[in-house]
Design a protein around this ligand. Structure first.
Ligand code: SF4
Length: 344
């Protein structure tokens, strides 16, 4: 029943890319009727783990969890494709959360204070822009704001988990917990949602988790508690949902509330929105299967052409970076973050 939401299958039109097709492959393998072969491995890594199939499931079954388990088995059997191993090495090399010396110096040099807001950021022009805007707004109210740049990738723990390297992903989360426990801060804001969601799902320690917030939640808190009223804008925009925790309504409700109620914008919804949204291509697909990744983004572009608005809003800079990989989207649309749309 979930096949119709799968963006990968909508693009490839292959039964073996659908959630049902993947579940069927695994049932054959589990029943010893089929061996894991090259095609099964490819299909397993071609899912972009958008979790739309899980979100609309009529019971508590989860195809994405089966896919993650299959990936862990594939890694254990040394059958991971070269592109998977290459990406794993790149994440390990370029993620500061795996660098013990960096972690120690981040804790000792970030003279953070109990009333400082710490923004977890990564190397991206889009995310830098959002951080600078948040900092400027907080500075006006005399609240300190510092950035912790974790390196090249937006969510190394979630990416390693997606690739099937659970232990390495756990190390990143432990190191993130070390940062959280050793820094003093008022709030820690995550510019992209993936690692925070994984931490909240798996953490067994109380590491000040209640002070950790997503960028869109912090935006809502900023408007409410600091009594900042955005200027009302009478403009039509297209809203594209980010990935993240599809079981939590807040991912869909808060950004819409901010854009419509607080900023007065007229939201054009995508046909595939909320729990059914295609998301922006996710975290790892662009490195593993760029052709399919481009295909998923081109499906989004095809739909956008119907709407007569040239402004797209997303709540995550990684969505902006992914959408901008498409030349047509880059040249014909203005793609901006929630913070920017509301406060710039
Ligand atoms: S997680 Fe997304 S891409 Fe993967 S099978 Fe489900 S709907 Fe398709």
């Amino acid at each position: 029943m979930a096949n119709y939401v799968c963006p990968v299958a909508r693009y490839t039109k292959l039964e073996t890319n659908t959630p049902r097709g993947l579940a069927f492959i695994y049932s054959l393998v589990a029943g010893n009727l089929k061996k894991i072969d090259k095609v099964a491995v490819e299909r397993t890594y071609q899912c972009n783990l958008c979790r739309a199939c899980e979100a609309i499931s009529r019971d508590d079954s989860s195809i994405p969890e089966l896919i993650l388990a299959a990936r862990r088995d594939i890694v254990e059997m040394n059958m991971a494709p070269e592109s998977v191993m290459k990406l794993k090495d790149d994440i390990c090399k370029n993620s500061r959360l795996l660098d013990k010396d960096w972690l120690e110096s981040a804790v000792s040099s970030a003279k953070s204070l109990p009333d400082t807001v710490v923004v977890i950021n990564y190397e991206s022009e889009s995310s830098k822009k959002i951080f600078l805007l948040i900092k400027k707004l907080l500075d006006r109210g005399n609240t300190g704001c510092i950035e912790i740049n974790i390196g090249k990738h937006p969510a190394p723990a979630a990416m390693l988990d997606e690739l099937g390297y659970k232990q390495l992903s756990g190390t990143v989360l432990n190191n993130l917990t070390f940062l959280i426990q050793n820094l003093k801060f008022k709030k820690m804001v995550f510019i992209t949602p993936y690692d925070l969601e994984l931490l909240l799902k798996t953490s067994t320690v109380d590491a000040g988790l209640s002070k950790l917030v997503h960028s869109f939640e912090f935006c809502e808190g900023f408007i409410n508690s600091e009594k900042k009223t955005p200027a009302k804008k009478n403009e039509k925009i297209i809203y594209i949902d980010s990935g993240g925790n599809r079981k939590s309504g807040k991912f869909y409700e808060i950004p819409r509330k901010l854009l419509a109620d607080s900023a007065g914008l007229n939201i054009q919804e995508m046909v595939w929105n909320g729990k059914e949204s295609a998301c922006c291509g996710g975290l790892t697909l662009q490195y593993l299967y760029p052709g399919i990744f481009n295909g998923v983004i081109s499906l989004i572009y095809g739909e956008l052409k119907e709407y007569g608005s040239k402004k797209i809003i997303t709540p995550c800079p990684h969505c902006i970076d992914n959408l901008k990989t498409n030349e047509d989207l880059r040249n014909n649309y203005e793609i901006v973050d929630l913070w920017e749309m509301i406060f710039q």
